[in-house]
Write a protein that binds this ligand. Structure first.
Ligand code: F6P
Length: 324
């Protein structure tokens, strides 16, 4: 028999397709175990102000296929202060929360770490299009964002091909290149620029376009991660200077965070949401749940935040060998 009677759930940081599926899974698992579930609005802002919505079967019904998050999301500056955290602790007490489940990225988990240190046990569910949570191979939203970016870039390719042009496309990912690399492979890009590798523009990017041109190609797609050392516009200028090609720059931007989640994100969110509630009911708090090779794991939140994650080298190699 668990002591946990009431669980709060919030979404925080940049939204990611599949967050709603995770909220639904948390609420439905709570209902299954006769535990009350409170949705906390606007991330940690709602935890400070007590802005909540009780979640029941009816208000989580039909949300799985929706992009965004019905709980709204925000990055909360006040919560980074000691005073803000104390206010949040008081709200948790007032609301009678026995545990808190937070859905988001590493900033969200740092919030969960702070709340846990104040005595409100939290569990993190990784959800970010950046896929940059070290303890988890996969984060909710990544697959949907990849597919959105690929769909856009396929469309760009049509017009680049007709006009025999070069397209330089910036994709999101903050400081990480996972999204850029995946998208580059999936689009058959000529080259990719990611923050994890120190790329010599002349010997790699320019040379790859040159070789591709010699091979007969007349249009090119170059993917640049937003965190790469050389930005899309600077790279475009370098291409122009070196090859006399005037690329068209497209910044895909926030469109990558929108849209209905893919089946992979819906299923991952459903599984991680249930797993997080089960952990809470077992009294295992201060954890981050993870999906590694299709299996579910959980890590101490401090350990999870101290881990690092690089790009998978075999993927980078695959891009370099197969994609032209
Ligand atoms: O972390 C998700 C993400 O979309 C990053 O890829 C990007 O750098 C950042 O959020 C953008 O944040 P904002 O929506 O606050 O501009």
């Amino acid at each position: 028999m668990s002591n946990i009677k009431r669980i709060g759930v919030l979404t925080s940081g940049g939204d990611a397709p599949g967050m709603n599926a995770a909220v639904r899974a948390v609420a439905r698992t709570c209902i299954h175990h006769n535990v009350e579930c409170l949705g906390i609005k606007r991330g940690y802002n709602g935890l400070i102000s007590g802005d909540i919505m009780p979640l029941d079967n009816s208000n989580v019904s039909g949300i799985m296929r929706l992009g965004g998050t019905i709980l709204f999301t925000a990055r909360c500056d006040e919560f980074t202060t000691k005073e803000g955290q104390e206010k949040a602790k008081a709200t948790c007490k007032y609301l009678g929360l026995d545990a808190l489940i937070v859905i988001g990225g590493d900033g969200t988990f740092r919030g969960a770490q702070a709340v846990s240190e104040l005595g409100v046990g939290a569990i993190g569910i990784p959800a970010t299009i950046d896929n940059d949570i070290a303890c988890s191979n996969y984060t909710i939203g990544f697959d949907s964002a990849c597919n959105t970016a690929v769909e856009c870039i396929d469309k760009l390719r049509d017009t680049m091909l007709s006009h025999e042009r070069c397209s330089v496309v910036e994709v999101m990912g903050r400081h990480a290149g996972h999204l850029a690399l995946y998208v580059a492979i999936a689009c058959g890009a000529t080259a990719v620029l990611v923050p994890e590798y120190d790329t010599d523009i002349d010997n790699s990017i320019i040379e790859r376009i040159r070789r591709s041109r010699i091979g007969g190609r007349t249009h090119f797609v170059i993917i640049v991660a937003e965190g790469a050392a050389c930005g899309a516009h600077a790279l475009s200028e370098k291409i122009n200077e070196s090859l006399g090609i005037e690329p068209k720059v497209t910044i895909l931007g926030h469109i990558q965070r929108g849209g209905a989640p893919t089946a992979r994100d819906r299923v991952t969110a459903s599984r991680l949401g249930q797993y997080a509630v089960n952990l809470a009911l077992e009294g295992k708090l201060g954890r981050v749940v993870a999906m590694n090779s299709g299996e579910l794991f959980d890590y101490d939140i401090n350990e999870a935040l101290s881990m690092t994650k690089g790009l998978r080298e075999s993927l980078y190699d695959n891009m370099n060998v197969v994609s032209w």
